[in-house]
Design a protein around this ligand. Structure first.
Ligand code: HEM
Length: 183
């Protein structure tokens, strides 16, 4: 998993628990204490261990932590991909373009391991369906990112997940509907 995710887990933990708590999370997780770099990749198991420790420390389920993390990282995601984001885009446009532009650009830069492959299709004038399938099964992160994008663009969205890998389905489907401002 790319270093960006680890950097953001650390920033998120510090924002929720204070600077000192990170050392405790690392100790609880049983992972090496290190400085993470955006251009490096680290083991997925290390992210899972850190997220589990954070979940224990916050007394929140891992899925809830991932969702809050997703929302938290949006300003940094937008900042790092600002040259690829069309200023006219809103929430649904960015989601629909993530795969072909943002994730694809990251892959072609070569410094990123494997941002998940998302398939998006418009299912109505104000609705998209995102199909997410990744061995990491981090749909909660995707949901948090969607909520964070809506916040960024000052829109409201309703997200439903009719299928989910965590419930044994082959892929997760997120139906994202913009409910306000009234289009
Ligand atoms: C500005 C936009 C975005 C940027 C810069 C971005 C960047 C990244 C990066 C760098 C990773 C780590 C990949 C790796 O280590 O292999 C990642 C993972 C991920 N991204 Fe994105 N992303 C963006 C938008 C989105 C959106 C809109 C969604 C969902 C709707 C999404 C869903 C995910 C998920 C679920 C992961 C977890 C890794 C996995 O399942 O394999 N991302 N993203």
């Amino acid at each position: 998993m790319n270093g960006l995710v680890f950097i953001e887990i650390e920033k998120f933990a510090q924002s929720r628990l204070g600077d000192e708590a990170w050392r405790e999370i690392v100790r609880l997780a049983g992972v090496p204490s290190r400085i993470y770099f955006r251009i490096s990749d680290y083991a997925d198991e290390e992210a899972v261990a850190l997220l589990s420790a954070l979940s224990a420390r916050l007394k929140e389920p891992v899925a809830a932590v991932l969702e809050s993390l997703g929302e938290f990282i949006v300003p940094d995601l937008i900042m790092m991909s600002r040259y690829w984001i069309n200023p006219e885009w809103k929430t649904l446009d960015l989601i629909a373009n993530t795969e072909q532009t943002v994730h694809q650009m990251l892959r072609s830069e070569g410094s990123y391991n494997s941002p998940p492959r998302l398939q998006c299709r418009k299912s109505g004038p104000h609705e998209v369906i995102v199909r997410y399938d990744s061995p990491r099964k981090m749909c909660a992160l995707a949901k948090g990112i969607v909520s964070g994008l809506a916040k960024h663009y000052e829109e409201r969205v309703a997200i439903t997940e009719p299928t989910c890998m965590l419930r044994g389905d082959p892929a997760c489907e997120l139906i994202v509907k913009v409910t306000s401002p009234a289009p």
